[in-house]
Design a protein around this ligand. Structure first.
Ligand SMILES: NC(=O)CC[C@H](N)C(=O)O
Length: 317
């Protein structure tokens, strides 16, 4: 039994809640579709569901398909921003990318021209490409450093890229390439655009399971200290800032609805994963591949609603 102080539920009660969420997940299996913009993702078996939580002290509890690896996709935008916030000054970052919700699809291009090549936030594609540029122009081996960062955060040296997914993204790069070249035209991308794209696609193609992802986000539930190895990843202020950005921008143009229903900072990816943070308590990862029209996991979002109701507290009241 885990002796965890992070929730008023006993570890046994919490495990019962996770098991219930797994039993209820198939109710959502009739809705939505798996991502199909690249063949490597379209092949994923849709009716799967996993959930894992990592308590602020590093203990993990999980249920369902929590050990099945999947493509983390846009969730990697958070890992990239962490690396940038560790290495660059706030001025260097926030003069080139904003901190406001976009109200547009994650891969939209319309706002980018109207706003002179400055993306609204780091969690839409344009913003993540910008953050990737900040990293590629400073790091000798950006892909390697990003992978090491994720391995360190999750305390798991086995995490790796799915090269097939990365290649597939490159073969279907048109929209992301359009975003990156438009930003270059505004002088807001400094390194080689093809290198930026390749690095960004590799980051999206990291293959992880719910347990590994929950662990890699645990520092955001623990005032910036990674409970898996005791290292200080972020200051308390940076932790608060990242959680605020996740709450307002983490689920693209469905961020408001997610805040309304779940009330936690979160980040989704088109691989069907959603990570959420209950500050000072736990990080959570849910995964189920069927997506709604915004590109967010349907069963994942339902399960997070069920989890916060079952836990009986959120930062919102
Ligand atoms: N929302 C997502 O997960 C999008 C990531 C995807 N690789 C893309 O760039 O379009």
């Amino acid at each position: 039994m885990i002796d965890s102080p992070s929730t008023p539920l006993s570890p046994g009660e919490l495990q019962g809640l996770l098991d219930t969420l797994v039993k209820e997940a198939p109710r959502c299996f009739g809705e939505g579709r798996v991502a199909s913009y690249i063949p490597a993702l379209a092949e994923v078996e849709p009716d799967q569901f996993g959930i894992a939580i990592c308590h602020a002290d590093g203990h993990v509890q999980y249920a369902g398909d929590a050990e099945t690896p999947f493509s983390i996709q846009s969730i990697s935008k958070v890992h990239a921003l962490v690396l940038a916030m560790q290495r660059l000054t706030p001025e260097e970052i926030w003069t080139r990318v904003g901190r406001e919700p976009s109200g547009q699809a994650f891969n939209s291009i319309v706002q980018l021209e109207v706003e002179n090549g400055i993306p609204r936030n780091p969690f839409i594609n344009a913003g993540a490409l910008m953050v990737t540029d900040m990293l590629t122009s400073r790091l000798v081996m950006p892909q390697h450093t990003l992978r090491e960062q994720v391995r360190r955060l999750a305390a798991d040296p086995t995490i790796d890229f799915d090269e097939r997914v990365a290649r597939s993204e490159m073969d279907h790069k048109a929209r992301n390439a359009a975003l990156a070249y438009l930003m270059q035209a505004y002088g807001n991308i400094q390194s080689d655009v093809e290198l930026v794209l390749d690095t960004y696609f590799h980051n999206c193609a990291l293959s992880m399971n719910c347990i590994q992802l929950a662990r890699s986000f645990a520092f955001l539930a623990n005032r910036g200290t990674n409970p898996n190895d005791g290292t200080q990843v972020f200051s308390e202020i940076q932790t608060r800032q990242m959680n605020a950005l996740l709450l307002t921008c983490g689920l693209y143009d469905a961020a408001g609805d997610f805040a309304w229903r779940v009330g936690l900072p979160g980040k989704s990816g088109v691989g069907g994963g959603i990570v959420a943070i209950l500050p000072r308590r736990m990080s959570i990862c849910v995964w189920s591949p069927r997506l709604d029209s915004y590109g967010n996991s349907i069963a994942g979002r339902h399960a997070l609603e069920g989890l916060v109701s079952g836990l009986r507290f959120t930062p919102m009241g």
